[in-house]
Design a protein around this ligand. Structure first.
Ligand code: SF4
Length: 289
């Protein structure tokens, strides 16, 4: 629970505040961008919410925060915010909120499909979220992009009886019971309209999930830079091999998609042709051109 005594100094004065336990995961910045923004090594309240919609988004950010670093001086009823996740993002894609500290605040997404829903990476296992996912049809498949963003995957799998998918190079003590292990580096159609793309680099067995040549769930392989409005990758968070990540990015750039849905930071969208050009430019930057 956030403590006003530990409030960061650069919060805008008023009801909402962020305290020094913030791990700078940036979730609040894109859940409620009119209220929260980046600062030096943490986030801050840049403007107090004006009006009910902005207040609701700020309360959603409070619920989504992985470490409880967002607080309010006034008492708030959080019931509406707790049941606002999964939050519709675009078409069948929903943002699950309830980010987990164990995943360093990584985002997870629910893809709602008539053929069976897909959970991409794992949020916190929380009662209101679980009940809302039940109402949306449960979970058929759980796609785990890599070992770091698995959080409460075992509890979701036990509750929903879903099949988990992970690359063999990512399997460890916490994921040894995963049901479906992908091997090698070939892309694999895991269901109609769903392709697992193996992208070694950030970790040895990182994978992206492509849905209908439109939505690309990227884990920590590929991000979106909201300032420059372009795809982005960060060498300082490459844990395995930057050269391999660059090669994987070049292969990924041959795919058509419109949406980047990353584990960390803002989702981003471009028309597919523009995205192709922007991905080629990213590969050039990664190669130092
Ligand atoms: S969601 Fe929480 S941990 Fe993440 S940046 Fe905001 S205040 Fe910090």
């Amino acid at each position: 629970m956030a403590n006003v005594e530990r409030s960061v100094p650069d919060n805008a004065p008023g009801d909402f505040f962020i305290d020094t336990t913030c791990i700078d995961c940036a979730t609040c910045n894109w859940v409620a961008p009119s209220v929260f923004g980046p600062a030096q090594g943490h986030s801050r309240v840049r403007k107090q919410p004006m009006g009910r919609p902005a207040e609701h988004r700020a309360r959603m950010a409070l619920v989504a925060c992985p470490v409880g670093a967002i607080g309010t001086r006034e008492a708030h009823d959080l019931a509406d915010a707790r049941v606002a996740f999964p939050d519709p993002l675009e078409g069948p894609v929903h943002h699950c909120g309830y980010h987990a500290r164990a995943s360093f605040g990584a985002a997870s997404y629910l893809l709602v499909r008539p053929e069976g829903n897909v959970l991409v990476d794992s949020p916190r296992f929380s009662g209101p979220l679980v009940r809302r996912i039940e109402e949306l049809g449960g979970i058929d498949l759980m796609f785990l992009t890599h070992r770091d963003d698995v959080a409460d995957h075992a509890r979701f799998a036990a509750h929903f009886g879903c099949t988990r998918i992970l690359h063999e190079a990512e399997r460890g003590p916490r994921t040894r019971d995963v049901e479906w292990i992908v091997s090698g580096t070939d892309d694999a159609e895991i269901a109609p309209g769903l392709t697992a793309i193996v992208v070694p680099g950030h970790t040895r067995g990182s994978m992206c999930l492509l849905h209908d040549d439109t939505h690309l769930f990227t884990g920590d392989h590929l991000e979106w830079d909201p300032g420059e409005r372009r795809p982005h990758a960060r060498q300082e968070v490459c844990w395995f091999d930057w050269h391999a990540q660059t090669q994987s990015m070049a292969r990924l750039a041959e795919r058509r998609f419109e949406w980047i849905l990353p584990g960390h930071g803002h989702p981003g969208r471009m028309a597919a042709d523009a995205m192709s050009g922007a991905m080629a430019a990213l590969v050039g930057r990664m190669r130092g051109h």
